[in-house]
Design a binder for this molecule. Structure first.
Ligand SMILES: [Zn+2]
Length: 295
């Protein structure tokens, strides 16, 4: 046996780098024809992180907590009223601690016909946890969301899209329908674990389609890109998805997209999707259920 920990990557035996790559991998592309003769699908998601980013880092900054609270006070109401205005449903991934802090918010999400998915306990990074802790937190997160909303989540997005060696095994143990944290395609695919088919659908994400990647602003880090330029990127993603007859998945955050100068981006995307006349706008759950028919 090699003690690979003492080797540099260029010294690894082939089996070692192959096993590492194959731990979790994209398998079969899952793209059955969209329902009702639609040409393309659009699925909006919101990671309801609020204060959990600060808590996860062990922080106690009152200022950063207030930034998180903005997500609840202004971001979520703007998002929910926009979705209601256009009569569309979306997916909200919620850390359990945030669901416990804002149970009314979660009930409002579910009351609006939207989906709630798992997003960790306190936005912890899976890859630094012991396996038993990761399993315990994932299971407690699902139980907590179910207790608060009455709905058992069927999907997850790992906090910070961070996957441990065991994350997929735990998701399988929990019988989850889908994950939405990985990036191997634009459209849905089946996840493979050590080369084995899992039946778990991946709805891929990308930083290109994530508001946080463009808009994170702090006192020392200025905004990197203007809102209209972010819309232009998202619109290109949409137009190409439409052209290819595939999926546009977007990740947004109430404390990031929910500002007066940004929320219009979401409305423009909704308008553009509706204007085509043959775009299926659906939750991640609906997209995953549909994709899973091709497994
Ligand atoms: Zn998050």
């Amino acid at each position: 046996m090699f003690d690979t920990a003492s080797l540099h990557p260029w010294q690894w035996p082939e089996k070692h780098w192959r096993d590492r790559v194959n731990r979790v991998r994209a398998g079969k592309k899952l793209s059955p024809p969209w329902p009702e003769g639609k040409r393309c699908a659009v699925s909006f998601s919101f990671d309801v992180d609020h204060e959990s980013n600060e808590l996860r880092d062990g922080g106690e900054s009152i200022s950063r907590m207030s930034w998180g609270q903005y997500g609840n006070r202004r971001g979520m109401p703007r998002i929910l009223s926009l979705l209601k205005k256009h009569d569309i449903r979306a997916t909200f991934f919620v850390p359990a601690v945030i669901a416990k802090l804002y149970p009314e918010e979660q009930q409002e999400i579910v009351g609006g016909g939207h989906e709630i998915g798992i997003h960790g306990w306190i936005h912890e990074l899976n890859s630094i946890l012991r396996e038993e802790d990761e399993r315990d937190l994932m299971m407690r997160s699902a139980d907590t969301l179910e207790q608060i909303t009455g709905n058992r989540p069927v999907g997850m997005r790992t906090p910070s899209w961070d996957f441990s060696e065991k994350t997929l095994s735990i998701a399988r143990e929990m019988g989850l329908l889908y994950d939405s944290s990985l990036m191997a395609d634009d459209s849905c695919y089946e996840l493979l674990e050590d080369g084995e088919r899992t039946g778990v659908v991946e709805i891929p994400v990308e930083w290109i389609r994530d508001d946080a990647a463009y808009f994170q602003v702090t006192r020392t880090e200025a905004m990197r890109i203007a809102p209209q330029d972010v819309l232009a990127i998202f619109m290109r993603e949409f137009e190409q998805a439409y052209e290819e007859g595939e999926l546009l998945q977007l990740t947004m955050h109430p404390h990031i997209i929910g500002y007066r100068s940004r929320i219009w981006i979401l409305e423009e995307l909704i308008r553009a999707s509706k204007a085509k006349g043959d775009v299926w706008i659906a939750t991640h759950r609906k997209v995953a259920e549909h994709a899973s028919t091709a497994i």
